[in-house]
Each structure stands twice: as structure tokens, then as C-alpha cells.
Design a protein around this ligand. Structure first.
Ligand SMILES: *[C@@H]1O[C@H](CO)[C@@H](O)[C@H](O)[C@H]1NC(C)=O
Ligand SMILES: *[C@@H]1O[C@H](CO)[C@@H](O)[C@H](O)[C@H]1NC(C)=O
Ligand SMILES: *[C@@H]1O[C@H](CO)[C@@H](O)[C@H](O)[C@H]1NC(C)=O
Ligand SMILES: *[C@@H]1O[C@H](CO)[C@@H](O)[C@H](O)[C@H]1NC(C)=O
Ligand SMILES: *[C@@H]1O[C@H](CO)[C@@H](O)[C@H](O)[C@H]1NC(C)=O
Ligand SMILES: *[C@@H]1O[C@H](CO)[C@@H](O)[C@H](O)[C@H]1NC(C)=O
Ligand SMILES: *[C@@H]1O[C@H](CO)[C@@H](O)[C@H](O)[C@H]1NC(C)=O
Ligand SMILES: *[C@@H]1O[C@H](CO)[C@@H](O)[C@H](O)[C@H]1NC(C)=O
Length: 844
């Protein structure tokens, strides 16, 4: 294992270096189709560095302009505009008229239309009213000249799948016009095919078939970026006008070089100037230090349309990876929780990336708030940044939405790649090879983050969308859109080899879990509920709704479900490395190092913390155990099996008891006493998992001497005697630093406190574990000491100083006796007897 990790790191680093090198060489994208037309002008006009051709005396084989009145206005009236020469002339059409562009490269194109209504002879362009459309879609419906005073730029991002583009201007009565037109190729990967939907969280596929209208394009942090300085000649306006609470924010920027990583954002996603500037929560300001607040931007939208939001991020503020963790909201919805940029960028800082979200028509409001706020994880320094934001409207466009900015543009300075030496070519080859490997990995990572994209029965969500030019409402995924993917039963039959018993990878309270492979090769874990009960379907669907909303790096994500033929089947992402339990004992797998174990504990603690705090109402797992903590191919921990049976006992009928869910050996004793479930029951069970991880033995082992049977009881004795080292897994005992062990032991002890109220919450547990990890690292890494101080300083409420409070558990021994007494109070039921009943039923 360690060798593999090393190799991975080395190769990522090499790739990073090479990719950075490559990007230094190839600066800009050269559009294959690049039509820049200054309408109504007879000569060519240089706007910035781009040459616009006049269409008055056009002789071109690839571009044909319609007949129309050639109009102009005075130089003075347009002098204050960004690109005056584009707006000084216009073409006026009194009949339906079309421009035709020959398209050399099919795919994504920007279509930009420039309008400025002036008066020319008898024509008052502000009285114009018209539609603009391509062969396939209406770009601009009912454009009304009255609505605009200054110059106006409309930008569309259209996938052209024909050999030519016809742009038609159709006047309502007898007046239409246009001042300038751009039709420019765009890198195909600018728009990905899928994005995350916001409410509910799910995946939307089929974006490559959509046309978009740019509504806002904002550079957080600094003033306007003009087309001259954008890799695709876009305009980015500053965020000042949208920011609601400016005094709570600060603008930050960096001069250092950005690290572009293949598979994430490219130079074309947004220019470097957008990524190297940001608006940051001003929580480092002395007056607001430690305070938690959001920064919010507000945008005017048209209700009833579907929007795509693209957030651009680049961590230019952190000194080291893993420090910047924050939440992102769209309207009232949290779209990214405990979002940690460095975890997506291989811990490299200053690495640009973007995240796309779809706001459905039913949720779009006339005022949309976008907020960045601090993570709810305690002890994380409140902070958060945003570098850029784009808001696009889907096709079905109506004319009167305002679009920000206006101007012309110019030609790419380095349209030509320049000198590409033989060495560079060699580099490219290496990069491409390494890149391919890396890309596959990144793609895996990305897709495990969100709903894995694939089609079911050849039908994706997108196909239930209306794609007519007037579609004002887009229903996501039809009637079942709110529930994520709905699989056909036959698809799952095929995927699991007809629920082959040899493919069973687990048996749980809910039913059996099968491994499966979908037609596109995606590996999944298919959990099939007991089909005997036909009553639970509604509850089942309620559960799916809940599960679909849970999205976190450290939770196993639900890929879809099947409720056909009264089946209750859940389809999860497949976790390559199986359960944590199997890596601890009993399976002969190579052992995990102490650091790996700590990292796994930290990951699962994060997942549980999210369940407890990520929603208005805490979600209690109820069955935290090492068999429910799964490991992906990188040994990253994800909590599985959450949420189920919280609302519907029907789902749980196969389980030992509907009153007591949970697994023997992990059960919170207080739960027995009070029959009341709280988050702290999960904390207790997690404490048992910690001991399991430390000692690498089953939580209940009936073959051992009586006082050793129950791990929690046995280990607690050693913790109290401060002799924990005696029971540590011998394979790792020598490598654990005493401080780290002590911290870990204390954490477990606190989790196992008899009274729930005395147990820490998961956030605190998380912090203590991170601390234990740092204590393990401390010797190796001088800077680790600093970061410990930093964290300890930030968390005064929890940890007054570095030295753990001495013997705070003095009174525990007496409590233990009390506890036993209380347990025996339950009529006729001693702890042991309950356990032996459970054992019989569960048969595990
Ligand atoms: C351009 O066209 C206008 C009218 O369409 C004509 O008067 C003018 O002579 C033409 N100029 C050139 C250079 O062809
Ligand atoms: C429009 O262009 C013509 C020819 O260049 C010029 O004579 C006229 O003054 C212009 N009109 C305005 C309003 O500037
Ligand atoms: C545009 O004008 C129409 C009527 O002419 C009006 O209903 C609409 O609200 C206006 N839109 C904007 C954005 O001003
Ligand atoms: C303009 O477009 C709208 C919506 O697509 C359509 O209803 C209307 O008939 C069109 N008007 C003209 C004059 O083509
Ligand atoms: C454009 O659309 C075609 C057909 O829908 C699709 O195959 C292609 O991938 C799309 N291209 C892009 C860049 O989205
Ligand atoms: C473009 O960026 C350069 C420096 O990067 C700056 O000097 C120049 O003013 C910028 N141009 C525009 C039009 O913003
Ligand atoms: C942050 O600090 C700057 C300079 O020290 C100050 O001008 C600003 O008002 C502070 N902002 C807040 C919110 O305290
Ligand atoms: C930030 O805004 C979101 C959404 O409105 C809200 O749920 C959250 O509580 C806010 N956070 C803070 C710290 O105000």
C-alpha cells in the first residue's frame, strides 16, 4: 500500500509540473470559426485586437449578409461606449432577413449580438420589435427596442450541428436591426454534459444538447475583465454591484502562477485574472475574527426559467492544503457542504476548478441570492472564497432579460501557438500519457462526488426535457425527477447476473447487497430489500428523497433506485476496498498503518458530522460500525447505510427488532435505558469503532475469556489505567507516538461516556482525531507544530490549551457502578441477556 501511495504522489507531481509547463507554452485557444461582423459598415474595423469586417460591401464565400438598409449615427453619441465603432453603424431590416455563416467545425459556438437603437432618417430603432432565431431555436423572442437605452450585448452558447448557421431577424411589424454579430468557435469541453441539480440534489444530463444565454458573468474580486484579456473574448463584470454586505468581505488576489490540472478547469474555463482574484469572507479581520457569517450576492433573474450556475474557485488564500473549508448556498439550498477545494485538486493550491449547478424553473425566483458561508464543522477557521460566477439561462429564451456588459473584442494575441520545439512535442506526448491516466482517475473522483452519469434503458433524464424553442419550463427527470435515477428492474437483473447469490457482497438488515456492473461498465452495489412486504413503497420513496439529498465526500452516494414490481432496491456507488472491518481483522488483508487508520476515522467522523448537522433535522445513523464504513480505491472512508429506516419501520422488518436498531457490541447503553435515540448514540457507537480500529479485534468475541468478550468494556479498563498501549494492535504499536495514542484514547473514552450529554458531538470528535493525527505527524514535520498551535488557538472553547485536562475522568469509576445499577433496573433485562437475544436473531 505505501508504495502505491508514493507512486501516485510522484506521478501527480510530475504531471502537475509537466502540465504547468505545457500551459506556459500554449497560451490561447484559436477558434476555427471566427466571424466578426460590423453590420452596416463598409470597411473593416479593428476593435481591440480583433478585426470586424463590414457587411456593406461583403464579398465572402463563407458569409452572406442579407439586403437591408445601412444606417449610422454620429460618432459623439457612441463615444462613451466600450467599442464605439461597433455601435455607430447598423443594419435595418423591414422584412424577415438572414445572415448565413458556413460552419467549419460543428460544436459549441458563441453567438454574440450587439444592439444599440438610434434614430436614422425615418427609422427610430427604439420602436423595433423582432425575433432572432437560428434554424433550430429562437435566441431572442420579442426583442423590444424601447427596453434598452445604451448599447446591449446578447451572448448565446449554442451547439451548432450543421454545416451552416442561419441567423434570421424577423420583425413583428416592419423594423428589426443589429449592430454587430460574432459567431466564434468555443472549446467543446467548455460545457460539460452533466451538472448537479440543486433541489433536489441529483444529476442532470444532456447539457450538450442545450443552448444557453449568458445572463451574468462576474469576476469576484476586481474590476471588469474585458474581451481583450479573456481567452474567449468574454466580458466579466466586477461583483461589487451584486454584493449585499460588502463590509463583511475582502478582495484578495495573487501574483503567483496558477496550477492548471487536467480534468479540472482549463485556461478557457475562465482567464487567469478571474481565478487569481477573489472575494473572501472577512473573517480574518480583527473585528470579525471567529465570527460566522455569510457573504451574499443577489442577482435579478426571470422567474420560470431553468438556469445553469457555474462557480469558479481557486484557493489563492490558503498557506497549505485542507485549511479552507466552506459551504455554498444557492437561494435557501446548500449546494456544497464542507467544501474543501484542495481535496479536489490533489492538495495543490492555486488550482482552478469550477462546479456547475442547475436551478430548475420551479425554483427560479426574480431575486436569486448566492451565498458563501463558513463550514459548520467546529474548529475550522471560518472562511470562504469565490473567484467567479456565471449564470446561464437555458434555451426557451424570451427577449427581455437584461444582460450585463457590452463591447467589442479583439483577436487573440497569441492565436498562433508560437514555436513548438521538438522538446515540447515530446513533453506533450508524456503529458498526454500521464494526463490520460490522471484524467481517468479524476473522472472517477468527480463522478463519485456526484451521481454517476449513465443511461438507464437508454433513457437519460435529458430525454424527458422539452427541447422546443419556447420551452419555458423544464421538468427534471419527469415525474420521478425528485428522486434521482429510477432503474428498470431488468437493468438491475442484468447488472447483477440475475441477483446471483455468488455476487452477494453483504447481508444487512434491509436485505442482501450484490455487486453489479451496468452496461456502461460502472460498478455498483445493489441493495435489494425484502420483497415480501408490499407496504413500504411510499416510505421507501420518502427515504430515497432523503437519501438523494445527502451528498458528501464521506458518505457512500446513492446512484439510484428501483421500485418497479414493488421491488425496493437501492443502487450505490461501488467501494473498491470493502469494509473497514475487513481491513482490521479476519480477512487476511494487509494491515493499515496508524496514520491510515486515523485518516479513515477522521473521514468517517466527517461523514457522521454531516449527517448530524447538515440538515435542519439531525439524521441519526443508528448503525455505526466498522462494517458500515467503506473504503474506496484510495482508502478514503465513506459511511454507508445511513438514513434508512428512520421514518418507516416497514423497511426494517427483516431486522432483529423494530424497536432497537443497531448492532450488538456497538449499542449505546443509554438508548437501552431510555429508548430514546439521539446523535449521541452514534457517537457512542463511533467510540466503539475507534477502539476496534486501535485494537484490531471484533467488538464481541465470545471465544475470549469473559472479561475480554466485550471490546468496549475491556478497553475502557485499560484507558482508565492509562495503559492503553498494552492492548494496541501489535502490528502498529511500535509506530504510534504516545501523544497521539493518548489523545486517541481520550477521544474514545469521551465517546463512550455513559450519559449522552457528556459525550462530545461529532464535530468535537472530528477535531480531537485531527489533533491526534497532527500529534503523530509532529515529529516528522516542523511546520506541523505551527499548525497545531494554529488549530488549538482557534478552538479555545473546546481545548483550553495544548495539554489535555488531567484526569478529568476521575469520577468515572463511580459512575460505572451507577450505570450497571441502572441497567439492571430495566425489568428482567440485563445488558448481557439483551445481547444474547440479539445474537441469536441476527445470526452474524
Ligand atoms: C459599398 O456599397 C455602397 C452601397 O452599397 C456603394 O455606394 C459603395 O460604392 C461601395 N463601396 C465599395 C468600396 O465597393
Ligand atoms: C453616416 O455616414 C455618412 C457617410 O460616411 C456621413 O456622411 C454621415 O454624416 C453619417 N451620419 C451621421 C449621423 O453621422
Ligand atoms: C420591456 O418592454 C415590455 C413592454 O414594452 C415590458 O412589458 C417589459 O417589462 C420590459 N422589460 C424590461 C426588462 O424592461
Ligand atoms: C417571435 O417568437 C415568439 C416566440 O418564439 C413567437 O410566438 C412569435 O410568433 C414570433 N414572432 C414573429 C413575428 O415571428
Ligand atoms: C453537440 O450536439 C451533438 C448532437 O446532439 C453531440 O453529439 C455533441 O457532443 C454536442 N457537442 C457539444 C460540444 O456539446
Ligand atoms: C489586460 O491586461 C494587461 C495586463 O495583464 C493590462 O495592462 C491591460 O490594461 C489589460 N487590458 C484591458 C483592456 O483590460
Ligand atoms: C477590515 O480591516 C480593514 C483594514 O484593517 C478595515 O478597513 C475594515 O473596516 C475591516 N472590516 C471589518 C468588517 O472589520
Ligand atoms: C448562510 O445562508 C444560508 C442560506 O440562506 C443559511 O442556511 C445559513 O444559516 C447562513 N449561515 C450563516 C452563518 O449565517
Amino acid at each position: 500500500m505505501p508504495e502505491r501511495v508514493c507512486y501516485t504522489k510522484a506521478s501527480s507531481f510530475l504531471t502537475l509540473v509537466l502540465i504547468s509547463l505545457l500551459y506556459t507554452c500554449s497560451r490561447s485557444f484559436t477558434p476555427t470559426d471566427n466571424y466578426l461582423v460590423n453590420c452596416g459598415s463598409s470597411g473593416n474595423t479593428l476593435v481591440g485586437t480583433r478585426l470586424f469586417v463590414g457587411d456593406a460591401n461583403l464579398t465572402s464565400k463563407t458569409l452572406s449578409a442579407p439586403k437591408g438598409i445601412i444606417a449610422n449615427t454620429t460618432t459623439n453619441s457612441v463615444a462613451s461606449f466600450d467599442s464605439p465603432s461597433l455601435y455607430q453603424t447598423a443594419r435595418i431590416f423591414t422584412n424577415p432577413s438572414s445572415y448565413s455563416f458556413q460552419i467549419q467545425q460543428q460544436g459549441r459556438h458563441f453567438i454574440r449580438l450587439h444592439f444599440y437603437p438610434f434614430v436614422y432618417q425615418n427609422y427610430d430603432l427604439s420602436t423595433a420589435k423582432f425575433n432572432v432565431s437560428t434554424q433550430d431555436i429562437t435566441l431572442l423572442a420579442s426583442f423590444d427596442g424601447k427596453n434598452i437605452s445604451g448599447p446591449m450585448l446578447k451572448e448565446y452558447l449554442v451547439n451548432i450541428t450543421r454545416g451552416s448557421l442561419t441567423l434570421s431577424f424577423v420583425p413583428f411589424s416592419n423594423l428589426a436591426f443589429v449592430n454587430a454579430i460574432e459567431v466564434v468557435s468555443v472549446p467543446d469541453n467548455l460545457i460539460l454534459d452533466s451538472a448537479q441539480t440543486i433541489n433536489p440534489l441529483s444529476q442532470y444530463n444532456g447539457l450538450s444538447g442545450q443552448a444557453f444565454e449568458t445572463v451574468y458573468r462576474v469576476n469576484m474580486g476586481i474590476p471588469k475583465v474585458t474581451p481583450d484579456n479573456d481567452t474567449l473574448w468574454r466580458t466579466w463584470v466586477p461583483d461589487m454591484g451584486f454584493l449585499q454586505n460588502q463590509d463583511l468581505t475582502q478582495w484578495v488576489s495573487t501574483d503567483s502562477k496558477l496550477h492548471f490540472v487536467e480534468g479540472l478547469a482549463t485556461q478557457e474555463s475562465a482567464p487567469s485574472i478571474v481565478y487569481s482574484t477573489a472575494t473572501e469572507l472577512a473573517s480574518s479581520n480583527t473585528s470579525t475574527v471567529g465570527a460566522k457569517f455569510n457573504m451574499t450576492w443577489q442577482f435579478d433573474l426571470q422567474e420560470g426559467y431553468t438556469y445553469m450556475l457555474r462557480f469558479h474557485f481557486c484557493d489563492i488564500v490558503s498557506k497549505s492544503a485542507g485549511q479552507l473549508i466552506f459551504d455554498v448556498y444557492v437561494g435557501p439550498w446548500a449546494v456544497l457542504t464542507d467544501f474543501e477545494l484542495s481535496s479536489l485538486t490533489y492538495n495543490s493550491l492555486a488550482t482552478p476548478l469550477f462546479e456547475d449547478f442547475i436551478l430548475s424553473a420551479k425554483d427560479s425566483t426574480s431575486k436569486l441570492s448566492i451565498s458563501i458561508g463558513p463550514s459548520k464543522i467546529v474548529n475550522v477557521q471560518p472562511d470562504g472564497i469565490l473567484n467567479g460566477l456565471e449564470i446561464f439561462k437555458f434555451d426557451g429564451i424570451s427577449g427581455t432579460s437584461t444582460i450585463v456588459g457590452h463591447e467589442g473584442s479583439r483577436i487573440s494575441l497569441g492565436a498562433v501557438l508560437g514555436i513548438v520545439g521538438a522538446g515540447v512535442i515530446l513533453l506533450v506526448v508524456i503529458v498526454v500519457m500521464l494526463g490520460a491516466i490522471r484524467k481517468r482517475r479524476l473522472e472517477k473522483q468527480r463522478s463519485s462526488k456526484i451521481w454517476t452519469p449513465f443511461s438507464v434503458n437508454g433513457l437519460t433524464n435529458s430525454q424527458s426535457l422539452t427541447r422546443s424553442s419556447n420551452a419555458t419550463t423544464l421538468t427534471l427527470g419527469g415525474q420521478n425527477g425528485s428522486l434521482g435515477y429510477r432503474f428498470g428492474f431488468s437493468v438491475l437483473l442484468e447488472a447483477t447476473n440475475h441477483f446471483d447469490e455468488n455476487w452477494v457482497i453483504g447481508v444487512g438488515g434491509f436485505g442482501k447487497v450484490y455487486k453489479g456492473t451496468l452496461r456502461d461498465g460502472t460498478r455498483v452495489a445493489v441493495k435489494r430489500g425484502n420483497t415480501k412486504s408490499h407496504q413500504g413503497i411510499n416510505e421507501f420513496r420518502t427515504e430515497i428523497e432523503l437519501l438523494s439529498r445527502l451528498r458528501h465526500r464521506h458518505l457512500v452516494s446513492l446512484v439510484g433506485y428501483c421500485d418497479e414490481r414493488n421491488e425496493m432496491i437501492l443502487v450505490y456507488e461501488y467501494m473498491e476496498n470493502g469494509t473497514l472491518k475487513s481491513h482490521l481483522y479476519g480477512s487476511g488483508l494487509p494491515f493499515l498503518t496508524w496514520k491510515q487508520r486515523l485518516e479513515i476515522c477522521i473521514g468517517s467522523a466527517r461523514g457522521l458530522h454531516y449527517l448530524h448537522t447538515g440538515f435542519a433535522k439531525a439524521i441519526i445513523h443508528r448503525d455505526v460500525k466498522s462494517a458500515n464504513i467503506l473504503l474506496d480505491e484510495n482508502l478514503m472512508a465513506k459511511v454507508a447505510d445511513f438514513g434508512l429506516s428512520k421514518t418507516g419501520p416497514e423497511l426494517d422488518q427483516t431486522h432483529v427488532s423494530t424497536a432497537v436498531k443497531g448492532s450488538f457490541g456497538y449499542l449505546d447503553p443509554e438508548y437501552f435505558r431510555r429508548q430514546q435515540l439521539t446523535e449521541k448514540s452514534d457517537v457512542y457507537s463511533f467510540g466503539v469503532v475507534l477502539l476496534e480500529v486501535l485494537c484490531a479485534r471484533p467488538v464481541i468475541d465470545p471465544t475470549l475469556p469473559k472479561d475480554m468478550v466485550n471490546l468496549a468494556e475491556w478497553a475502557m479498563k485499560y484507558i482508565r489505567k492509562r495503559e492503553l498501549i498494552q492492548i494496541v494492535d501489535p502490528k502498529i504499536a511500535a509506530s504510534i507516538r504516545p501523544d497521539s495514542l493518548r489523545k486517541f484514547g481520550e477521544t474514545a473514552e469521551k465517546c463512550l461516556a455513559d450519559n449522552g450529554s457528556e459525550r462530545p458531538n461529532m464535530g468535537d470528535v472530528l477535531w480531537h482525531l485531527e489533533y491526534a493525527l497532527q500529534l503523530q505527524d509532529v515529529e516528522l514535520d516542523e511546520s506541523g507544530v505551527n499548525s497545531i498551535k494554529l488549530i488549538a488557538g482557534a478552538s479555545h472553547e473546546l481545548e483550553p490549551d495544548l495539554v489535555p485536562p488531567p484526569a478529568e475522568s476521575l469520577d468515572l469509576d463511580t459512575e460505572e457502578e451507577e450505570d450497571d445499577a441502572k441497567l439492571n433496573d430495566i425489568p428482567d433485562v440485563s445488558m448481557r441477556r439483551v445481547f444474547s437475544q440479539l445474537i441469536k436473531h441476527e445470526g452474524r
